[in-house]
Structure formats: C-alpha cells, structure tokens
Design a protein around this ligand. Sequence first.
Ligand SMILES: O=C(O)CCC(=O)C(=O)O
Ligand SMILES: [Fe+2]
Length: 304
Amino acid sequence: MGIRSSEKELQASLEQAGLSVQPLSWRTGSVVQGLDMRRAHDISESTVRNLWRLLGERGILLFRDQHLDHDQHLAFTCRFGPLAQTGLLGRHAPPGYPDLFRVTNIKTDGKRSETENAAQQWHSDQSFMPVPARASLLRCVHAPEHGGDTMFANMYQACEALSDGLRTTLGSMRAFHTLFSSRSQTMVGRQPFSSVKEGELQELSGTYHPVLRLHEDTGRYALYVSEQMVDRFEGWTVEESAPLLDHLFAMSVRPAHTYRHRWRPGDLIFWDNRSVMHYAPIDYDFASLDLPENRRLMFRSTLA
Ligand SMILES: O=C(O)CCC(=O)C(=O)O
Ligand SMILES: [Fe+2]
C-alpha cells in the first residue's frame, strides 16, 4: 500500500498553497516545508484545515528551521483550537507563559528538573484526564549533540495489526488511565504534589477510556492504551490485565509502527495524541547532563 489516497489529496492541496509535504516514514509523520510559523495570522483557513487533516492521518507533522519565540509558538498553536488546561504542567511553565510546558535537563538554581526524564515511558499526553489533550506541539531550542531523540508509535497501525477476534473483544472494553498507574515510573520516588489543590488531585486521579478509540476526524480506530498510564481494564484486576496489556504494548511499539526523531534546534513537531504515543528514550550521556553538549531544552504547547 502506498500513501493513502486521502493523504495524497491533502498533500496536493497543501502543495497548491505553496507548501511541500514529504512522508517521514511509510505510515507515520510528514515533514512540511514552506510555512513561516512566525506569521501564524497570515496562514489561510484552508491551509490550517488541511494541516489538521494531514495531522489526523499521519499522526505527526514536522516543521524544520522554525526558530520561534513563545508568543509565536502559542499564536501558531491557537490557529488549531483552544489550549488545554495545563494542570500539573503549570509547575514547569517558563516565567510569564502559563500555557507552555518546559521540558529540559538544564538545572534551575542548581536543581534538576522533574521533566528531564518524565517521558521515559510510552504515553499519550493527558490520557488520565476525562477530556485528554488532542494534540501537542513541541519545539526544540537545544538538543544534545548525540541522542536526545523522541520516538512516536502509530496507534492506527497497532490497531490494524491485531486479529479481527481480538479487535472485536477490545471493541467493548475500557481501560483505566492514571498518572499513578503501578507501571508508571514517572511518579516513583516523587514527592506528592504539594502545589496541587484538592479538586485538581481528584481530576488527576484517573479515568476510563475505550481501548479502541474512534478518531473523530479520520473515522479510523486507534489503539489507546499506554505503558505509562494503564495497568488494568475496566472490571479486570491488574494481574488479569497484565498479559493482554503486555501484548498490546508490544504491538504498539513494534519497530515498523514507530518513527524516531533526531532533533535539530528549530524543529517543531506537532503530534496527534489520539493516534500516536510518544516516548523519550534518554539515549545520551545522562550521567553528564551538565556538559554543554548534552543540554536539552524544549517547549510544548497543548491543544484541548
Ligand atoms: O522529552 C520529550 O521528548 C517528550 C516530552 C513529552 O512527553 C511531552 O512534552 O509531552
Ligand atoms: Fe508527553
């Protein structure tokens, strides 16, 4: 199978608007060139619509050489809809920008950031919320000289790779998503959230989602469980769920279902949390974080 025909049409429309679109890998991701993201207001409605549709099909869009400031980053993001509630992420916002999430291994006042290894497990952003983030836009300011990659898994492909029998069974099941999953490494050894209010903690405690998620823009099903957030199905124990979850996680991250991104400063990746998961493997010298060649600094905006 080549590139899907609807993708071809989208690609053609975007090319008519002066952009160039190339696949990043067979099924996942497209690189979009010819757009000046600094001038978000000049991008036409139809280009915004077509980029959004392409994102739905391809899971991620890569834009190169976009050295944006925070305002430009947010202005571009807002062309695609309202921003997500940041919840816990507000703790990692750069000064004056509560809607941005700073992901870095650079120390602040000699203190290491909780974000330096927070993505060391596969996840889909905010899946522990009743209404999770639709999409996220991560921009790279500094990347380690070697490594510091982010990986993406195509959850449409994972879903398609299951047998009809298993897909039918999963079609009526839901899974519990929580930051406090027994599989989550993120929360292990962390202080409880001192700055979180009562009601907020309730909201963050977790929620059920269908295991197979119907993507509202593409009409395609994607597998929607992740190693970081899910350890059981609704009505099942953690022990009962484990073998089937292990199988689903293995299917989702098969090499043929993934794309691995080697960052360059100026890159911005727009990903669709409904159809891809992501993961940062910490594939650089994490023991020597302070060396200038290991600096990693990224900023993320998030769509509701
Ligand atoms: O550090 C990364 O590459 C990804 C961080 C992450 O999970 C996120 O920004 O949502
Ligand atoms: Fe993430």
